[in-house]
Design a protein around this ligand. Structure first.
Ligand code: SF4
Length: 92
């Protein structure tokens, strides 16, 4: 099963100079949630993490930070590792 829970990312809407998580993690939907949720063993198990991201008010900041810093692991900004790699190729 492919996880395509969110529409394609609007790369133009991402902040060009995102701040580190220390600046926004207390406003994140995942604040206080077990970090293991965001590091699923497989793409198929990313559903719970994606649910949090789907209601997160700082999703764009989170995704922009992950892309800027080449975060390889885990779910960031509503994108799994696989999807983030695809997006990163588009912005490279
Ligand atoms: S977008 Fe997802 S991973 Fe990023 S802060 Fe929000 S809930 Fe956490």
């Amino acid at each position: 099963m492919r996880i395509e829970r969110f529409p394609d990312v609007d790369l133009n809407a991402l902040p060009p100079d995102p701040t580190p998580p220390d600046f926004w993690q207390d406003r994140a939907a995942c604040f206080g949630v077990d970090p293991d949720v965001f590091f699923p063993i497989s793409e198929e198990e990313a559903g719970p993490a994606l649910m949090f991201c789907g209601v997160c008010q700082i999703r764009e900041e989170c995704l922009a930070w992950a892309l800027k810093n080449g975060e390889r692991y885990g779910v960031w900004g509503g994108l799994t590792e696989q999807r983030r790699r695809r997006v990163a190729r588009r912005v490279a």
